[in-house]
Design a protein around this ligand. Structure first.
Ligand SMILES: Nc1nc2c(ncn2[C@@H]2O[C@H](COP(=O)(O)OP(=O)(O)O)[C@@H](O)[C@H]2O)c(=O)[nH]1
Ligand SMILES: [Mg+2]
Length: 377
């Protein structure tokens, strides 16, 4: 009994709350928000500016993927097109109709696209920001919504300037100065230079950092969870995010929160442990589809069939198969030898959390290896 109460104390301490009841409440809220909070992102700009490609990039897709938003097509629709994230149904990227048509009016545009449903707007331009972009930004601001300027197709600019003997640094600096000049009427907005074809370069990582820091607290994890792993910094942010939430998953899946009954048989809730590992696995881009895309993008075929460590193979199995409690018990024991005897009775909060953190570590190590092999360090 004594060890059980120290386990409860451990759980309470991890939550930063005063009682088990409060800790459980907080864990429920955090897990619920972690898996379910909606994020709706509007991508807008002139026709041909690269909106659809950017929507694909944010979803971790290539333009020629089966579920990708069609690109290079003349827009005929006047309706926003929703694209759900492939593994996170609570995240939707909205491909908005192009602004800049003769009929465009900033006021009616926002109303027509149901501005209220978006968390923020990304205004994309591939050449220069024009009057329409500025008017739209002003209207968005009036409606108390947030916007960011994205200057797209930077890879193309860098390539064509290189042919004229201008180096990358100079090209980027020139584009930035031009954008600032074009947008100076609305103060000093952040401008992000990106390539949808290579999100590991230019300002993509910076954009994610700013979006994250400016989103309401409860949406930050959703953003970090879904963005593709394209740099080490993004991966490490994701690792820290999962580390921080592990206590809540452990508390909700363990015996402590559900029913602290002595002698209770194994009561670890598979769905939470499973969801935790499944989210990490997708969020780190370790699934077959993500690895295939990455291998094609960086032109390294061996990434597709990268050998995972035995532990990671197990974790993948855990998250893809819905294992029953006994198989899970076996699995937990194999991860943490000390869990062996405990598994027969009650899996403690501390053990479950250790298992989650250990599994997370293994998946993080695998994801670092993938980035290294891809040359994205
Ligand atoms: N080089 C390069 N081309 C791009 C990039 N993004 C889009 N494109 C191309 O620009 C064209 C228009 O892009 P699209 O996304 O369809 O623009 P939309 O009309 O704003 O949706 C397509 O041919 C894309 O392949 C990029 O980051 N780099
Ligand atoms: Mg389009």
């Amino acid at each position: 009994m004594e060890s059980q109460s120290s386990d409860i104390n451990e759980a309470i301490q991890a939550s930063g709350e005063a009682t088990l009841e409060q800790a459980t409440k907080k864990a429920k809220e955090e897990i619920n928000s972690f898996f379910n909070v909606r994020l709706d992102i509007a991508v807008t700009g002139e026709s041909g500016s690269g909106k659809s490609s950017f929507v694909n990039a944010l979803r971790g897709l290539k333009d020629n993927d089966e579920d990708a938003a069609p690109t290079g097509v003349t827009e005929t629709t006047t309706e926003p097109t929703p694209y759900q994230h492939p593994t996170m149904p609570n995240v939707t990227l909205w491909d908005l109709p192009g602004i800049g048509t003769p009929k465009f009016k900033a006021k009616t545009y926002l109303k027509n696209v149901t501005f209220d449903r978006y968390d923020f707007f990304l205004i994309v331009s591939s050449v220069r920001f024009r009057e329409n972009d500025i008017m739209l930004a002003k209207e968005i601001k009036k409606k108390k919504k947030v916007f960011y300027f994205v200057r797209s197709k930077i890879d193309h600019d860098v390539q064509s300037e290189k042919r004229k003997g201008i180096d990358k640094k100079e090209t980027l600096s020139k584009i930035r100065t031009n954008c600032e000049e074009e947008l100076k009427r609305i103060g000093n907005p952040n401008i992000f230079l990106v390539s949808s074809w290579d999100t590991s370069k230019f300002d993509f990582e910076k954009l994610i950092g700013i979006l994250e820091s400016e989103l309401p607290q409860n949406k930050r994890n959703t953003l970090l969870q879904f963005v593709p792993v394209c740099t080490v910094a993004i991966l490490e942010k994701k690792v820290r995010m999962f580390q921080k939430i592990a206590w809540a998953a452990a508390l909700l899946s363990g015996a402590v929160a559900v029913a602290p009954v002595p002698g209770l048989s194994f009561s670890c809730d598979m769905s939470i442990v499973g969801s935790f590992f499944t989210s990490i696995y997708h969020s780190f881009g370790l699934d077959d589809k993500s690895l295939k895309r990455l291998s094609e993008r960086v032109n390294k075929p061996h990434l597709k069939s990268l050998k995972m460590s035995p532990l990671v193979e197990k974790l993948i199995k855990i998250s893809s198969l819905r294992l029953g409690a006994s198989a899970l018990g076996e699995f937990l024991c194999s991860l943490v030898p000390a869990a062996g005897s405990a598994a027969a009775a009650v899996i403690s909060f501390t053990t479950t959390r250790n298992v989650l953190l250990k599994g997370l570590d293994a998946l993080a190590e695998e994801a670092r290896k993938v980035l290294r092999e891809a040359g994205l360090e």
